[in-house]
Write a protein that binds this ligand. Structure first.
Ligand SMILES: Nc1ncnc2c1ncn2[C@@H]1O[C@H](COP(=O)(O)OP(=O)(O)OP(=O)(O)O)[C@@H](O)[C@H]1O
Ligand SMILES: [Mg+2]
Length: 247
């Protein structure tokens, strides 16, 4: 079982959009996928029409294997299950701070589904916390959406620095450009500059800014289910294929 985190220390960059579309794409390609919503906002569960989990309150996410597995829900799609979030997930850091081996607790919790899935995708909340250290340690790959602007470049740098300071393997980090607007000169320049600066840390994938992605909220489904031949669906397809090759 491979663990892929959709993570950024910056908010609103496309983590949930990529989690949902990559989870769908990998499941369509025949992988058994669990999408685990770690963000108390519960957006990826919403997109898949799955209600928040009432069972996983307090620290049970990390301590109660039975409740963890019974909180998993099926989706409308073959090979794709969802572990929905709830508001108590906002207290993950508090729960983790009380536990022994607090930085490897997520890995332990996910071990309980090791034989049930080929891929676990983690839709992560935007910060650097004890939870994110758990994510960095448990994930085989960390997909980082980067909007090609100066501030996003800065947060990407901060993430790489954090990995260096903590002696975490930077090779797990797979950045890709998100919400790219072809008409913006700044986007083109930033992408060119970043590709030169971080050739090994950026995938050759760019998700375009597209109203089709925004419409996921209306359809409550992945882009490819309602705009199959559009630019966004094609870009997410390319992202899935690149990730599969890398893993
Ligand atoms: N490629 C895209 N084109 C246009 N809009 C997009 C695209 N990707 C995401 N969006 C929109 O931008 C907003 C933020 O996207 P998303 O929720 O995926 O980001 P996030 O990184 O998960 O945010 P958060 O940090 O709040 O969890 C959403 O309204 C989404 O519909
Ligand atoms: Mg999100």
């Amino acid at each position: 079982m491979k663990i892929i985190a959709c993570y950024s220390n910056k908010g609103g960059v496309g983590k949930t959009a990529s989690s949902v579309n990559v989870a769908y794409g990998l499941a369509k390609a025949g992988q058994r996928v669990l999408l685990c919503d770690l963000d108390p906002q519960g957006a990826s569960g919403f997109y898949f029409r799955v209600k928040p989990s009432k069972k996983l309150t307090d620290d049970r996410f990390f301590t109660d294997v039975k409740r963890f597995t019974s909180a998993i829900r099926g989706s409308d799609f073959d090979n794709l299950d969802i572990l929905p979030a709830n508001m108590t997930f906002r207290d993950f850091d508090v729960f983790l701070s009380r536990m022994k081996n607090s930085r490897s607790r997520l890995k332990k919790a996910l071990k309980s589904v090791d034989s049930d899935y080929d891929v676990v995708l983690l839709d992560c909340p935007p910060n650097i916390s004890t939870l994110s250290e758990n994510i960095f340690r448990s994930a085989d790959a960390i997909l980082v959406p980067v909007i090609p602007t100066t501030l996003s470049e800065r947060t990407f740098e901060q993430l790489l620095e954090f990995f260096a300071e903590q002696e975490l393997p930077q090779k797990k980090i797979m950045g890709f450009f998100s919400m790219v607007q072809g008409t913006k000169k700044l986007h083109a320049e930033t992408m060119e500059g970043m590709r030169k600066a971080y050739p090994k840390r950026l995938l050759d994938v760019a998700i375009p800014f597209s109203t089709e992605v925004e419409k996921m909220g209306v359809h409550r489904a992945p882009v490819a289910t309602f705009a199959r031949s559009g630019a966004a669906a094609k870009a997410y397809d390319a992202l899935c294929q690149t990730v599969q090759k890398r893993l």
